[in-house]
Ligand binder design. Sequence first.
Ligand code: HEC
Ligand code: HEC
Length: 449
Amino acid sequence: MLPEQADILWTYMTLAYTLFAFYVFGNVVQHCRENERVNGKLWGGIFGVFAVISFFETVHMFDLVQGEQITFMFQYQVLTVLAILLTWGIFFKSQDIQNQSPPIIRAFFFWSTVSICLAGYTNWLPQQRSDPPPKAAAVSEDLTMEEFVEMGRVIVFGAKQVAGQKSIGKGQCPLCHTFDPGDHIGRCPNLFGVQERSEKKKDEERYQTHPMKIGDPEPATGIVKGTPDQVPEEYRRAGSPDFIGEDYLRESLMCPTCYVVKGYGNDGDTKSPMPVISKPPISLSPVELNAVIAWLQSKDTPGEFANVTVPLPTAGSTAEEAPAEDEERPVFVTGNEPIQDMINTLGCPLCHTIPGVEGAMGALGPVLHEKTNAPARMKDPNYKGSAKNTKEYVKESILNPSAFVVFNEEAGEAYPDGLMPTTFSEMLSVQALDKLVDFISQTEAPPEG
Ligand code: HEC
Ligand code: HEC
């Protein structure tokens, strides 16, 4: 079943339950009117309360994501309906109105049971989005700078921006960065004004010497700091070998550790926690990387492209690159993927070092050694979450990261709250979440030596 269909089923069931609760209320009131000896206030009150509870449950249901809906449905709504049915039966019998519950009760009971079984069964099946295949976005001859910048914006934020939700595209930048003045999530610089800053970099003393000197190669990426003519050929800028603002931006993306913004690095600002954007898992192609730079250079002056120095791509050079091919597709994992692919798709390695996951060296969040971390967290006097065992703790951390904000012993302060995305429940099928939780619960420090 598709998530959309599941949503429709839940919506239908939750509305049906509330309508039913109100119907029962009306029916009871009517019986009370017809039978003088029945205490109308008492029974009307009881069923009125049920109707109101059902109503609020339905309202609440609409605020939940699909993964939580099923739990809520079984834990609360179904119980409410069963309680209504039971009380309704008692009402009829005890007041001698009818000696057997009316057919509608039995019919409704049957209908609920069948639909619950059906829903449980379909939810248990792996879910998969059936989105249309990605459009091949070809770069045409007459691409304008405005369109190129828009391509960059889509790589950063994705094609579908949903109001009130943080939207994140293939480039993953908003996972860490903010872009509007005054907007901060901690640990990653706000990129407002980055174009202006980039122009002045080469004259800054800190840039020239920190954490390595201009002309030194950075070991992890092989990029030679501050020398645009040594950039790997596909990504290299044509023209003069002088270091310009564009080169700083390109270097920030391809070699984050070549220069670390003050206060935002690890190990005394000598290592950047930012992923290399031209390498997996993000892997932007040269054209995509340039589109992002064009966007960075013009985003603070909407509609004005005078500051953009990257050239427009030529149709020939990009024929087989199909830039930004899949930004339309919402990220969704079914649980059928190998665990390593699942974790890469979700982006956990951008922030976490995870034993057993190749290349997961992220440094913005705690190292995931949950086999030992989780029990320790739950014993912490500040722990206010509701997990009772390691798996529950891991699940809680993934679905609701703010339930407990981990303290960073090395830095002597808490990890930033609100940095880890809260949207994973929308990206995971029930099966995928279980698989992820199983895996993360087993992670532990590799044996010494
Ligand atoms: C996992 C978190 C993370 C992601 C994802 C990320 N960054 Fe960063 N970025 C950082 C951190 C941390 C720094 C500061 C350390 C440094 O200078 O490398 C930084 C620094 C930068 C800088 C230098 C800022 C300055 O003021 O000089 C630029 C430019 C930048 N990022 C752009 C991007 C873009 C564009 C993307 C998306 C394609 C992106 N980043 C994705 C974490 C991230
Ligand atoms: C943008 C960065 C970011 C991403 C992406 C991210 N996390 Fe986190 N995560 C954090 C930060 C920061 C913390 C610590 C703050 C907190 O506890 O809320 C954290 C905490 C956790 C914890 C608790 C760790 C402990 O030792 O108590 C777990 C488990 C976890 N993340 C798992 C995941 C998984 C699994 C994914 C991918 C599905 C993921 N995270 C993606 C930043 C991130």
